[in-house]
Design a protein around this ligand. Structure first.
Ligand SMILES: [Zn+2]
Length: 321
């Protein structure tokens, strides 16, 4: 593929997505149910045993304006760096990721064949792009690797590579260990792991929006990247067409999990703070299933959305400064 070809998003007919992927709804419902039972005051979760009231995770400032409240959690936008975040943040997030019912449902979702087919196309495209940058025979680390779908893809198609996976969810661990072996599997937060190698390719598929402290995590990644190494991360796009059409009802606003939304300004500041620089931004999934009732779908529209930087996902590639 030529460099420009990577700018074209993967197109998928996802009109009946929730029928093809019923695990998607079960996961979303379980997360909503978890939030429903939390005690609230005026509709907001305030109990200090459950939530911390936090400042902006990127610039540290307190000044912000409220965007909306969902499931008892308040999304705000930082007045200083534009970062969007959940202000009353659940205190025991890592525990939930480890063994909650909703996260067990997420493990099931990753095994759904329709879900996997789409993501395998994404993995193929971006592994190929990353390998254009780094060349073959890589030390690869996938942080928050779930059941290891990406690692499995690389393992099956490119054997001359050392694969490492980090995942907190206990139910996912056994799948990942089978792919990477027990010595290259990590079940702790990345800040706590001591690696004895440097990586040429580090991946985070839908992880950065979950992290309480993205700065510390990215600093650690910078330290374990080789000088010729690249980091790829996929995050939800706060400026997506889906958000413009569906507003607060966009499924990515799932306040128990998705606590950080990066904007151009906040991401630039984050890069500066951790010593990384951007080498590329790509947009995927221009249209999600819930948008169809509100658009006149065509391939041209999908491409226009993507070209405008309004895809549902952003894929960023970065390297050391
Ligand atoms: Zn800020």
């Amino acid at each position: 593929m030529q460099e420009d070809d990577f700018l074209v998003p993967i197109l998928v007919d996802n009109r009946e997505w929730r029928k093809k992927c019923p695990e998607r709804d079960s996961h979303d419902l379980l997360v909503a149910k978890e939030a429903q039972v939390l005690p609230k005051h005026n509709g907001v979760v305030r109990d200090p045993k459950i939530v911390d009231w936090v400042n902006c995770s990127i610039c540290g400032k307190q000044g912000c304006r409220q965007l909306f409240c969902k499931q008892g959690f308040i999304y705000v936008q930082c007045e200083n760096c534009d970062h969007v975040y959940v202000q009353n943040r659940i205190r025991y997030l890592n525990q939930l990721y480890k063994e909650s019912e909703a996260d067990a449902a997420f493990v099931k979702l990753q095994k759904n064949s329709n879900h996997l087919d789409y993501w395998t196309r994404v993995y193929k495209k971006y592994y190929s792009l990353m390998s254009n940058f780094t060349g073959p025979n890589q030390e690869i680390l996938d942080i928050g690797c779930g059941v290891g779908s990406f690692l499995n893809y690389v393992n099956q198609h490119y054997s001359a590579t050392n694969l490492h996976g980090l995942e907190l969810n206990l139910g996912a661990a056994k799948y990942v260990k089978q792919i990477v072996g027990p010595d290259r599997f990590y079940d702790q937060p990345i800040e706590d792991v001591e690696f004895n190698t440097q990586f040429n390719q580090v991946y985070m598929w839908g992880v950065l929006e979950h992290l309480s402290d993205p700065t510390t995590v990215l600093k650690k990644i910078r330290d374990i990247l080789s000088d010729q190494g690249y980091l790829l991360f996929l995050i939800p796009n706060f400026s997506s067409r889906a958000v413009k059409i569906l507003g607060a009802q966009t499924p990515t606003f799932e306040p128990r999990n998705h606590i950080q939304f990066y904007t151009k300004k906040s991401l630039e500041l984050l890069y500066k703070n951790v010593g990384l620089k951007s080498v590329g931004v790509y947009y995927e999934l221009p249209v999600i299933d819930l948008m169809y009732p509100f658009i006149d779908y065509s391939k041209e529209l999908a491409l226009e959305i993507s070209n405008n930087g309004e895809g549902y996902y952003e894929v960023h590639i970065a390297k050391k400064l």
